[in-house]
Ligand binder design. Structure first.
Ligand code: ZN
Length: 407
């Protein structure tokens, strides 16, 4: 890919993605396989006035080794320096950039049971810091094509060609192949208008039905709004948490969903693919799951904590989205979620609550914003998905018809 285009993309992430403020620290999480793009991105961050840019390098293969050879006890330890790091982040509030280049199957040989135990043990220590930082800083997830990932998406061509093709697909779907900054100003405007319209309807329920058997009724929160595209941190700084982003989403009422829902795309969770699955909800919680592939992992996912059995997101994405129209299955949630209506199990979004700055974490819990150590999106959109909304005064409004917006 041409350097000039990549530079523009790096600038898009730094400027529209996290919107770095003069003198702000930036923390980038990136795969070890992406030194060139990370170097470009770091430079763009400094050009925008970043005070300091820190890169946290990740390498899945080391996590796999740790999970095999480290004792559970050693994995569960949280040393003082790691706690100090979280404390520092809570105080300094750096802008956070997550560059995703992961192999969708990269963790398939890991001991997922031990990793899940580790996550549960550490969550108790991490939670106060996560809550304290919530909504206070800018963050952005964007993607760069890793070799293994590209090979998975385009298995029939050489690796270097696959990487190039995945670059093209990432830049196209991220509206970053030409004038990205202007594109995103327009795109954000369109998404915000859609939110305004949806919020004016005062919806109480969303009822999903589809030819694949999905029949699910989700209750929404009275004081929650639909959000999309750019958001504002509590400091009033506008940022785009996801590049790409096509979804209009809200946080549903925790523990208020009934019915059955079928997945329409594989779910990449903890570096392994869960495929062809369904979930049944009863009394607001997951009561049954079934998957053709990695069912055990799905079961483990919904057992991480109580909140993992409840919904934390309802996102509306037309079937006719640029990502879906590309015809590519990305095996990566950032892309596949933006190609399809989806739900998430786990933590909800407190910033969907009107005037969220006024409330405490306890208030959000009481209102029914779900809390959990996980937030996992799964895709349910198809060309036969219908969604009927029911307003608070009992009117029924068709929101989606055959997978696309009908309002
Ligand atoms: Zn989403």
């Amino acid at each position: 890919m041409k350097n000039k285009i990549l530079k523009e993309y790096a600038k898009l992430i730094a400027k529209k993605g996290v919107n770095i403020q003069k003198g702000q620290e930036v923390w980038i999480t990136a795969g070890l396989d992406q030194p060139k793009f990370v170097e470009m991105l770091v430079k763009e961050c400094y050009m925008l006035g970043a005070k300091k840019v820190v890169v946290d390098w990740q390498y899945d293969k080391l996590t796999v080794l740790d999970s095999k050879y480290m004792s559970q006890e050693a994995m569960n330890e949280m040393p003082e320096w790691q706690i100090a790091k979280m404390k520092y982040q809570t105080e300094v509030l750096p802008a956070r950039i997550y560059l995703d280049s992961d192999d969708p199957d990269g963790m398939k040989n890991a001991r997922q049971d031990k990793l899940a135990n580790e996550r549960i043990a550490k969550y108790a220590i991490r939670k106060p810091y996560i809550d304290a930082m919530d909504n206070k800083y800018q963050w952005c997830i964007a993607a760069v094509p890793g070799r293994e990932w590209a090979k998975k998406v385009f298995p029939d061509i050489s690796v270097s060609k696959a990487v190039e093709k995945l670059w093209e697909a990432i830049l196209y779907t991220s509206r970053a192949n030409c004038n990205p900054i202007e594109n995103w100003i327009k795109h954000n405007d369109n998404l915000h208008q859609k939110c305004k319209l949806l919020n004016s309807l005062q919806l109480k329920y969303l009822h999903y039905t589809s030819a694949n058997g999905t029949d699910l009724k989700v209750e929404l929160l009275e004081n929650a709004e639909f959000l999309a595209g750019s958001e504002k941190s509590l400091q009033g700084i506008e940022f785009n948490p996801n590049i790409p982003s096509e979804e209009v989403f809200t946080t549903p009422k925790a523990g208020a969903v009934e019915g059955i829902v079928y997945s329409t795309k594989p779910l990449s969770y903890q570096g392994a693919l869960i495929e062809n699955f369904y979930i049944i909800f009863k009394d607001g919680k997951v009561c049954e799951v079934s998957a053709e592939n990695n069912e055990e992992l799905l079961r483990q996912m919904v057992s991480m904590d109580d909140g993992a059995k409840m919904l934390g997101e309802c996102a509306l994405v037309p079937y006719d989205s640029p990502i879906n129209n590309s015809g590519i299955l990305f095996y990566n949630t950032l892309f596949d979620e933006n190609a399809s209506c989806h739900l998430a199990l786990g933590r909800g979004f407190s910033n969907c609550i009107k005037d969220y700055g006024k409330y405490t974490q306890e208030d959000f819990d009481k209102m029914g914003v779900n809390t959990s150590m996980i937030h996992v999106d799964f895709m349910i959109g198809s060309d036969t998905l219908d969604i009927v909304g029911e307003t608070r005064d009992g009117r029924k409004i068709q929101i989606f018809k055959n997978g696309n917006w009908s309002i």
